[in-house]
Write a protein that binds this ligand. Structure first.
Ligand SMILES: NC(=O)c1ccc[n+]([C@@H]2O[C@H](COP(=O)([O-])OP(=O)(O)OC[C@H]3O[C@@H](n4cnc5c(N)ncnc54)[C@H](OP(=O)(O)O)[C@@H]3O)[C@@H](O)[C@H]2O)c1
Length: 305
């Protein structure tokens, strides 16, 4: 067993360290020769975690290496999934185990369509990490990771994952788990990005709180139409609890906007609005937020020209 990691960013590198700690052989797949050259400055990941520093030394190679792949972890941003997979598709063996560890929805079905012979899992995590190029990685928390198969599988966990040193729960029904994460992301990410505020600041202003609750109502209607039970309590209570618990955090979408990076809005609110239109459900607020984030991103791109 050898796990290849496609998407050697913050989460991909954190998982490379976790695989190494679990004695699971791992290779980071780097985009190109420039990325490999940068990696070769230290040939390792300097992992900063809980005030300690360790070195992890997974293998690393460019995606062009021809070796066959039987175990693949995908940790690109959701919008890069298909492009990245197409570039290495010829290396994937028919029985390949693939795990998608990403935020957002839509890419899972697209991968099922692209690679019908593979065994596919989806995972979602509350781990937090950020990368300081070239090779320093800050792990904020290993969090909790939920994983489950999207194709018929003999085991709820992929090969070797029981050895990973993290809080990992195997779920027979992963789709509702992905929806729950999507629902919370819909509630917090676009609003915090547009309001340019920390998660907790969504709760301290009556207007923002009203918007958050309206987003949640729309999300609940779409989830119900998809046959998904979100939480036992109303979504807005859950979203407010998460915003409170992560009060000082900047959401990933706000961070992406501030760092002038592409956001995952299309795979979060975009996916929700797409599903809503399939069911004939109106989601005026989510649609408005989707357009506002798109406009913000486009304006930014024009300003950069
Ligand atoms: N970071 C977190 O704390 C966190 C927590 C929970 C969930 N997540 C989710 O996990 C996923 C990954 O997030 P992240 O923060 O790790 O993102 P990231 O740091 O941007 O890493 C993504 C990596 O994918 C690589 N990539 C993209 N397209 C590629 C291609 N065609 N070939 C090879 N490599 C390619 C990028 O390479 P380049 O650097 O060369 O562009 C980058 O290194 C996202 O869905 C995110 O929402 C992240």
């Amino acid at each position: 067993m050898h796990w290849y990691i496609l998407g050697a960013g913050a989460i991909g590198r954190l998982w490379a360290c976790l695989f190494e700690h679990g004695s699971v052989p791992t290779t980071l797949m780097l985009r190109d020769k420039a990325a490999l050259k940068s990696w070769q400055h230290g040939n390792s990941i300097e992992l900063h975690e809980s005030g300690q520093v360790q070195r992890c030394s997974p293998k690393a190679e460019t995606i062009n290496n021809p070796n066959p792949i039987r175990h693949l972890l995908v940790t690109t941003k959701a919008y890069d999934t298909l492009t990245a997979l197409r570039a290495i598709q010829h290396r994937l063996q028919p029985d390949c185990q693939i795990v998608l560890l990403q935020n957002g929805m839509g890419q899972q079905q697209a991968v099922l369509d692209l690679l019908p012979d593979c065994q596919l899992w989806a995972a979602t995590t509350t781990a937090g990490a950020w990368r300081e190029p070239p090779n320093r990685l800050h792990s904020i928390s290993r969090g909790e990771t939920l994983i489950g198969p999207l194709t018929p599988a003999s085991s709820v966990l992929p090969d070797g994952w029981d050895r990973l040193p993290l809080t990992l729960t195997g779920c027979n029904e992963i789709l509702p788990v992905l929806w729950r994460k999507l629902a919370i992301n819909c509630a917090i990410n676009p609003l915090s990005a547009l309001e340019n505020c920390r998660n907790g600041e969504l709760l301290h202003n009556q207007h923002r709180l009203q918007l958050l609750r309206q987003v949640c109502t729309e999300v609940e209607q779409v989830a119900a139409a998809a046959g998904i039970t979100l939480f036992t309590e109303p979504l807005h209570q859950q979203a407010e609890a998460v915003a409170h618990a992560t009060g000082d955090n900047l959401s990933s979408m706000l961070q992406d906007i501030r760092h002038k990076r592409q956001t995952e809005i299309e795979q979060i609110t975009g996916y929700l609005c797409h599903r809503a239109s399939e069911y004939g459900i109106a989601t005026p607020l989510n649609t408005a937020l989707l357009h506002q984030i798109r406009t913000l991103t486009m304006e930014r791109e024009h300003r950069n020209d």
